[in-house]
Design a protein around this ligand. Structure first.
Ligand SMILES: [Zn+2]
Length: 352
């Protein structure tokens, strides 16, 4: 039997003006010397004010800008955190800033506070750091779960709608990943049923409240943030991404490998992957497509700037991406099956 170790945030704050609570959260974590990991744009809009606020509260803060998402860059930031002897790193911004801060905390053993300025994927509260190997294969490191997550809704509603729609699509994908995880569970793998249920609940929230979410107003982004945080917790509880990353993610990773000049966002690709895998799990692909369209997320190869050939290739390659039980099995899809599936779900146009 496996021993389960849940590492969950001790504080999650979601609300308007939640940024005002950063000093009290840092006090709770016992952090008086901190490193804010962010980028120039977010620093101008949000970071400057946050640091002024922290200084007023006698919290010493340093700032570092993340330049890219390479291991070397993340190592540079971790070394800086160590150099400055900070007690916490704050990831302020999008996925890259949050991942870099998470990595630095993991390497230095210090506290980590996640402050997303958008919800473009499910990583805002997850313990994993996503990296790409030189061959473009995905590498996800179990770093550490955030000690606190602070989501300021006044900030999130200003995020580009395209990013929020991408986050919606990434979380909607849990309809498929949880079914893949259940399949693995039924085949005898040790997967946490609680983690599966949590991820399922996150996806169901989106299905049931799509109308409130679609305009990405305050209520909408609140629901989206809650769902994203639940997915992060599901990963922490399971100790890996299995409940939140199934065949729909394998398709997206495969597309990263086969596509030349990537133009789409992670969540957008996962959304297409979700449509594609739906028939294999006897889920209505029409429903998935309708939900994605409602938030203006892409639903076809053309929408994400991929060619039909790339989609078919990615489908036949998906099962080889990582060793994980999914509906694709160990042999995957043949070219004919892939083509049929992509046409059936309208991801590519029917052949002339
Ligand atoms: Zn994802």
């Amino acid at each position: 039997m496996r021993t389960w170790r849940w590492s969950l945030p001790i504080k999650v704050i979601i609300g308007e003006n939640a940024l005002k609570e950063v000093p009290s959260v840092l006090a709770l974590l016992g952090a008086k010397n901190i490193l804010v990991v962010t980028d120039e744009i977010v620093f101008e809009i949000v970071g400057k004010h946050l640091i002024e606020d922290l200084t007023r509260q006698r919290i010493k803060s340093h700032t570092v800008f993340v330049r890219n998402s390479s291991v070397q860059e993340y190592e540079r930031i971790a070394a800086k955190a160590l150099d400055l002897n900070v007690e916490a790193t704050i990831g302020l911004g999008g996925g890259r800033s949050i991942d870099a801060a998470k990595y630095a905390s993991y390497k230095t053993g210090k506290k980590f506070v996640s402050i997303p300025t958008s919800i473009s994927h499910d990583g805002v509260a997850s313990p994993t750091v996503s990296l790409k190997k030189p061959d473009k294969y995905p590498l996800s490191i179990m770093a550490k779960a955030p000690d606190a997550v602070i989501v300021d809704l006044n900030v999130i509603i200003k995020a580009p709608k395209r990013l929020l729609a991408s986050g919606f699509a990434d979380i909607l994908g849990k309809i498929i990943s949880t079914k893949d995880a259940m399949l693995a569970y039924n085949l005898g793998e040790e997967v946490s049923l609680t983690a599966i249920k949590l991820a399922e609940t996150a996806a169901n929230l989106l299905v049931e409240h799509v109308s409130e979410i679609s305009g990405f107003g305050k209520k909408g982004v609140e629901i989206l943030a809650e769902a994203a945080i639940m997915c992060g917790m599901a990963t922490s509880i399971n100790g890996n991404t299995q409940p939140v990353s199934g065949s729909e993610h394998l398709f997206s990773h495969a597309l990263d490998i086969v596509s030349v000049g990537k133009k789409s966002l992670h969540g957008e690709q996962v959304g297409i992957g979700t449509i594609l895998m739906a028939p294999l799990h006897r889920v209505s692909w029409r429903m998935i497509r309708r939900l994605l369209k409602k938030v203006n997320a892409p639903v076809t190869a053309e929408d994400i700037g991929a060619t039909e050939e790339e989609v078919i290739k990615a489908l036949t390659l998906a099962h080889k991406i990582r060793k994980r039980i999914t509906i694709l099995g160990s042999t995957g899809l043949t070219r004919e099956a892939a083509e049929r599936l992509a046409m059936l779900t309208k991801v590519i146009k029917p052949s002339k």
